[in-house]
Design a protein around this ligand. Structure first.
Ligand SMILES: [Zn+2]
Length: 205
């Protein structure tokens, strides 16, 4: 359902959500929440009535979605009560299998030593070159990298107490399951390059 263009966004979302709720849905998918507290609160209210609600936001890692919603004005109590999980995702370019070459640079090898959980994983990083088949870009296609912030009881307590994104990420996203770690697994198998991963995700600080 499209939100009418001739009414304020919060009011349009209210009309549409009320119409959707009368259809007794199991799941509601609400397009992007922008900087609108009224929209955010209406979506959260729909979750309070027992519906599974999905929505999207633009942030670079999962825990920052909580900071963003607080910044818009959603209360920590409402967030803690309504939120079940946050999936953050980015796309990385896939190295062209016809021209990629082993990445033997010392700085790339150093990435493995920085991540203790990588010790048991085969580490065969590759880097791009470029050939006719990839239009000399070195890449062909894209793959998703992601992290899931699971809101369990501990994380819920942190959200309710107004903890920082960093504290929430530390409790809810273990080092081996961060979006960076997800990308590093692709780097280890030569699917994407360490430079490409650095372009789309930040290493753990
Ligand atoms: Zn190529």
């Amino acid at each position: 359902m499209e939100v009418p263009a001739d009414v304020p966004e919060g009011e349009g979302v209210r009309i549409m959500l009320n119409a959707a709720l009368r259809m007794a849905p199991h799941v509601i998918l609400m397009g992007e929440i922008r900087e609108d507290l009224d929209v955010a609160n209406r979506v959260i209210s729909a979750a309070f009535t027992g519906h599974l609600v999905y929505t999207t936001l633009h942030v670079t890692e999962a825990a920052l979605a909580i900071t963003r919603l607080r910044h818009i004005g959603v209360s920590s109590e409402n967030l803690a009560a309504a939120l079940r999980g946050v999936l953050a995702q980015r796309l990385v370019q896939v190295l062209c299998p016809d021209c990629r070459v082993p990445d033997l640079r010392e700085e790339t090898q150093a990435e493995r030593r920085r991540a203790a959980w990588l010790a048991d994983i085969e580490w065969l990083p590759m880097r791009e070159v470029g050939c006719a088949r990839c239009a000399w870009s070195g890449f062909r296609g894209r793959r998703i990298i992601y992290e899931l912030l699971d809101i369990d009881r501990d994380v819920r307590d942190l959200v309710e107490r107004g903890a920082t994104a960093r504290e929430i990420a530390r409790a809810g996203v273990p080092p081996g399951r961060s979006i960076w770690a997800c990308g590093l697994r692709l780097v280890a198998r030569g699917v994407t390059s360490i430079d490409e991963l650095r372009r789309v995700a930040d290493p753990p600080s």
